[in-house]
Design a protein around this ligand. Structure first.
Ligand SMILES: OC[C@H]1O[C@H](O[C@H]2O[C@H](CO)[C@@H](O)[C@H](O)[C@H]2O)[C@H](O)[C@@H](O)[C@@H]1O
Length: 544
């Protein structure tokens, strides 16, 4: 743990300041810079507490923070990517003039989302909660002023389509340096995310870069790091389900989330013992590791169903379809890169690991009755028959027996029909249960649209491809309608409203927005030649 962990990650200073709720967004405090060293700040804090009989007022705490912390975000400079180009070739693939102009605008937004760390971060890292990285990054936007792990997959693909290969490679190299220093990639670029990762997509980022650039040397050089990250996940996230090894999302730190400290203390109030509260914090942080924080996807109530609220979050007891699919993909990519290097034994080793994960996914997560993959509940030893977008993740990475393609296509298309997923004008909702949490109905998220729509395309049957294209067009048009009305790109959208943005959860609507822009740029390149806005009604009734 860094010397500043006692300030940004746990302990009485964090508790005192965060429970005073000085800022509308709890993340603000943990993003502020120290004015003195962590040790000196702790000394000053102890003296402050003694001088206030350990019961400071909110005004006194605010003064302590003003005296000892600098403003949020001062460690970063806005950075114009040096490889930014005015007219990337993807724009020439877009026919509709309004969509083309939108592509120009999105390409410009990269300049607003570029961030570089000031030199002082490298000289005095202990004064900051930010994790130092060598190269500038593209951030999601809004309150998210640092890199996020899984967001970066779609950001990097968008950058590659925008011909910003240096920026994309720089971000990947940052992640590789983090694995070398820390052993894994934290949720985001702050020390307070240090107990959890996010959906493991670094191998996918490297593969994207190599597919674009044909730079096989880059793939081969990345192998050590990719293997290390893969083994980290396997070693720290494994469980047994029906006699098979699979992985769950699992955080390794103690206490509430530092960036949402008072929120977690409040939801833990329903628990009586410290042990139960601690378990609750772990479940919440594990949900954050999944990227889907928060959602009924992680609820298991006393009856074994998904009805409830955050207090029944049981992430660590649910075997997730997406995580295991991503790990399968990691092993496949590592095998592919070993093949490029001519390492036959290593290629075979990772092919075998991939096959084992695929067998486990088939045995535990594929559900013949539902006709789809389902998360598995380890407490009640049963599948969770609720629609979540991640149920379709194996399609994206082909984590199934290719000889079963026709059967899977038929089953999955029936599953989509049964769940009426084609009826939503604003995209496929993340779940069908409305809890007020941001990864539940009616919110729609770009990364999961991408995984499903590309997954159906990858499945390759005519019906699946047709649906994929229709949904891809719909998503582009609906995002455009939101942009046309508000001049903003959103973190999440509204399934029920063509062109509507999402809401709910513990923070306000965020604009920017890295992964949304990345997905749209890629799909302008893919569908731009065939989409016309002229047949799109204001309410999206012709959005297909
Ligand atoms: O502060 C609350 C949570 O915020 C983050 O989660 C959300 O934003 C991320 C960045 O776009 C995204 O990766 C994640 O999927 C979103 O749910 C953060 O990642 C969480 O750890 C944090 O608790």
């Amino acid at each position: 743990m860094n010397a500043n962990g006692q300030i940004y990650c746990y302990g009485p200073l964090l508790h005192t300041v965060q429970m005073a709720k000085l800022f509308p967004d709890s993340k603000t405090f943990v993003d502020m810079k120290l004015k003195a060293s962590p040790e000196k700040t702790m000394e000053l804090f102890e003296a402050f507490m003694a001088s206030t009989n350990n019961a400071p007022t909110n005004d006194q705490i605010r003064k302590f923070v003003d005296d000892n912390f600098g403003a949020k975000g001062t460690e970063l400079e806005v950075w114009t990517p040096t490889d930014w180009v005015e007219h990337p070739a993807f724009l020439d693939l877009v026919n509709d003039p309004d969509l083309k102009q939108w592509g120009v605008d999105l390409n410009n937004i990269w300049k607003e989302l570029g961030r570089k760390m000031k030199d002082d971060v490298h000289k005095n890292p202990e004064y900051y909660s930010i994790i130092p990285v060598p190269n500038p990054v593209i951030v999601p936007g809004g309150r998210f002023i640092e890199f996020y792990y899984w967001d970066s997959y779609w950001i990097i693909r968008g950058l590659l389509y925008s011909e910003m290969r240096d920026t994309a490679r720089g971000m990947i190299e940052n992640f590789m340096s983090i694995v070398q220093r820390i052993g894994f990639i934290p949720n985001g670029g702050r020390v307070y995310y240090g107990g959890r990762s996010q959906p493991p997509l670094l191998a996918g980022m490297v593969k994207s870069y190599v597919d674009f650039t044909k730079d096989d040397r880059f793939a081969i050089n990345a192998l050590d790091v990719l293997e290390h990250e893969f083994e980290y996940f396997i070693n720290n996230h494994s469980v047994q389900a029906k006699g098979y090894n699979l992985a769950v999302y699992r955080d390794s730190s103690k206490g509430p989330r530092p960036e949402s400290y008072s929120e977690d203390i409040e939801t833990a109030a329903t628990f009586n013992t410290d042990e139960d509260k601690e378990n609750h914090y772990s479940e919440l942080k594990s949900a954050a590791e999944s990227g889907m924080d928060f959602s009924s996807r992680w609820y298991i109530n006393e009856k074994g169903t998904n009805v409830g609220n955050l207090s029944v979050t049981k992430t660590r007891s649910i075997v997730p379809v997406d995580l295991n699919s991503f790990l399968y993909w990691n092993a496949k990519i590592i095998a592919e890169f070993h093949a490029k290097a001519g390492n036959v034994d290593k290629m075979t080793e990772y092919e075998t690991k991939a096959q084992k994960i695929k067998e486990a996914i088939q045995a535990v997560l594929w559900n013949e009755e539902a006709g789809c993959w389902l998360d598995y509940d380890l407490i009640n030893e049963k599948p969770r028959d609720y629609f979540v977008t991640s149920n379709l993740a194996p399609l994206w990475v082909k984590a199934y027996n290719i000889s079963d393609t026709d059967k899977i296509s038929e089953s999955v298309l029936n599953y989509i029909e049964k769940n009426k997923l084609d009826t939503f004008p604003g995209g496929i909702p993340n779940s069908l249960y409305q809890t007020g949490e941001q990864w539940d109905f009616p919110n729609v998220w770009a990364p999961m649209q991408y995984i499903i729509i590309e997954g159906l395309d990858n499945l390759g049957t005519p019906d699946a491809k047709q649906l994929s294209k229709r949904w891809g067009h719909r998503w582009v048009k609906s995002n455009f309608a939101a942009y046309r009305d508000s001049r903003a790109m959103f973190e999440k959208y509204d399934a029920e409203k063509f062109g509507g943005h999402g809401g709910g959860g513990e923070y306000g609507v965020q604009k920017g927005f890295g992964w949304t822009n990345g997905v749209i740029i890629e799909w302008l390149a893919k569908y731009g030649h065939e989409i016309s806005l002229s047949n799109t009604g204001a309410a999206g009734e012709n959005a297909n």
